[in-house]
Design a protein around this ligand. Structure first.
Ligand SMILES: *Cc1c(COP(=O)(O)O)cnc(C)c1O
Length: 351
């Protein structure tokens, strides 16, 4: 793997007066999302503007941001919808991504709506419901044997030097990260203009938490808020490359060898593309990282479902982390927001 990920730099400042409250989903922020060419019709399913609900968890008040309730069942619809609008405007006819399932399902969905072809490379071990979802949208599903990183290698070969097929990567593409920023703007609006003291999310490649962080940074740069949340990123054993670097205070990431299938398969990432930006952001925010064990994930997953919140195990990692947070990390009055990223039906348990 070569190079570093790109980011959008010249975004319009966030102007609360330009929010369109009657436009469905995240496109209420269209003025801040400069991805549509003149006159182009927006490709959308009304993704975004998901509920933020107040909850009791592990003996404290938290807010859950229910990004599992997206058109394709995962938070990735934020970034993918914005990215597909951008790539369609650039004239691509076909879009490819490598994915453990959710990004691929999202890209397959929005490509079909945009009238574009999609080709999705998944590890052969990806959950069947995710593979079925990719296929029903009409995408070409390529199952790649071996580790997750083999799917990445395959898509890089397929898109290298191609003029027709874009690598619409949820890990690399700047427009994906742009779309992910909208989660912060929604949380800010839904909290009545407050900023969370802590923002918690699972971390695979890091786009979820980094997108949210960039969203809050953008509010601050725009003079809308005057402070930033602290970040808590959660990884699942044994895929803890970011956690290990964070704990060691290291400035490099050791790839995790691909050894086993874990419940939290959405974050079984051995080498996170945005590792440096995410580590910088966590440190800058005076945040922290936690690693959770398989048994802790499964327990939290079942307990969440017992409260009517059926998310996939990958998402339950943050609920597991909240149960083992070191004492005195939070003050009693802290406003804590966790992002629940994927729907339970994505990867249902065996009965
Ligand atoms: C992709 C994914 C994540 C991880 O997000 P990153 O942006 O890779 O850190 C978390 N939860 C679910 C359900 C996912 O699909």
């Amino acid at each position: 793997m070569t190079g570093i990920p790109l980011e959008f730099t010249d975004m319009p400042l966030f102007d609360p007066a330009s929010i369109e409250p009657n436009t469905a989903g995240l496109w209420r922020y269209a003025a801040m999302l400069p991805v549509l060419r003149n006159g182009a019709r927006r490709v959308t399913l009304g993704e975004g503007w998901t509920p933020l609900i107040a909850e009791q968890w592990a003996g404290r008040d938290v807010y859950w941001k229910l990004d599992a309730l997206m058109p394709t069942g995962s938070y990735k619809d934020r970034g993918v919808s914005v990215m597909v609008n951008w790539l369609k405007g650039l004239g691509y006819e076909s879009l490819a991504d490598d994915s453990s399932g959710n990004a691929g399902a999202s890209l397959a969905c929005y490509a079909s709506r945009a009238g574009l072809r999609a080709c999705i490379f998944v590890p052969a071990t990806a959950p069947n419901p995710k593979k079925a979802q990719i296929a029903i949208y009409g995408a070409e599903l390529v199952e790649v044997p071996g580790a997750r990183s083999e799917a990445t290698r395959a898509v890089e070969v397929a898109t290298w030097n191609s003029r027709e097929m874009a690598y619409a990567s949820h890990a690399w593409h700047p427009a994906f990260l742009l779309g992910q920023m909208t989660v912060a703007w929604e949380i800010w609006e839904q909290l009545g203009g407050a900023v969370p003291d802590w923002l918690i999310a699972p971390a695979g490649h890091g786009g979820t938490l980094l997108g949210a962080w960039r969203g809050f940074q953008h509010l601050r740069v725009s003079g809308v808020i005057n402070r930033l949340p602290r970040l808590l990123a959660v990884q699942a054993e044994p895929y803890t490359p970011l956690y290990d670097a964070f704990v060691a205070g290291a400035d490099a990431v050791e790839p995790t060898p691909h050894v086993e299938r874990i419940s939290a398969n959405g974050i079984a990432i051995s080498y996170p593309v945005r590792w440096r930006s995410l580590l910088d952001a966590i440190r800058f925010s005076k945040g922290m990282m936690l690693a959770v064990a398989e048994s802790e994930v499964v327990q939290a997953y079942e307990e969440l479902a017992g409260q009517g919140i059926f998310v996939e195990p990958t998402s339950a990692t943050i609920a597991a982390a909240l149960k083992k947070i070191p004492e005195k990390t939070f003050r009693p009055t802290d406003l804590v927001v966790g992002i629940l990223t994927g729907h339970g039906l994505k990867d249902p348990p065996k009965i």
